[in-house]
Write a new protein. Sequence first.
Length: 263
Amino acid sequence: IFNLQALEHVNARLLELYPDDEERFDIVLMTNNHAQVGVRLINSINHYGLTIERFCMTGGKSPIGYLTAYLTNLYLSADSEKVQEAIEAGIASATMFTANKDVAYSDTQLRVAFDGDAVLFSDESELIVKEKGLDTFFEHEQLNENKPLAQGPLKGFLEDLGKLQKKFYAKNERLNCPIRTFLVTARSAASSGARVLKTLRSWGLEVDEALFLAGAPKGPILVKIRPHIFFDDQMFHIEGAQKLGTIAAHVPYGIAQKYHKSA
C-alpha cells in the first residue's frame, strides 16, 4: 500500500504543528476474514512496526458496507470486485498492483500521482476520444475550455490531501510540506491542458506538479517522480508503471472500462 513511513511522518509533523487537532491520516485494516485470525494479524502488524489501530473483520461478508461508517476517504484493495462495489457506492477506491521491481521511496514526503480524465475528472472527454476521435476531442476541449469538467471518483481524495497541505502552508511550511501531488495526464498541454487546470482552479484545488505527456508513455515519467502510488483508469498505463517499478492503482470508472472488457 502507501509507504507507511511517509504517512507516519506526515502525522508526526501535523501533531507537532497542531497538537490539539486530530485531522491526520488514519489507516483501517479491512478484511473479510473471521475475528479468530485477529491475533495473527495483530502480531504481524506489531512485528513490522506498523501503526494500524483499527480493524474491521467481517467473517466472510464484504466489508464495503462498513466504509461509510468508517468515514472512508480512500479504499484500496487487491480485490477488483470489491473496488468496483465501492466505486458504485460513491467511495473513492482503486485496485492495488505491486511494482515489478524495487524502487526507493521517500520516507519524509508522501508523493501521490493522479491521472486526470476518469480519475480526478469525469470521463466526459474520454468518451469523445473513444467514440469520435482525437480531432473532435481537441475541438471539444478548446470550445469548452472555460467550462469545468465534472468531478471524477478521486476528486475528493485530492481535496483531502489539499486540506492537509494547507495546514502546513498556514504555518509557513509550504517549502517543507511532507505531501506532494502530481497530475500525470496523456493530454497535450497546448490543445487540451488548459481545461483541466481551469477545472482544478474552479474547485479551489491545486496540484504541485502537472505533467502533460501528449500521448507519451507514463512509466518513464513516474520513475522520475517516484510516487508512493499512482492512480489511473486504464490498465495499459497501470501495467507500464508496474514494469518500471511504480506502485499503481486502477480506478474502475468510466468509458475505458467498457473498452478494456471487450478487448
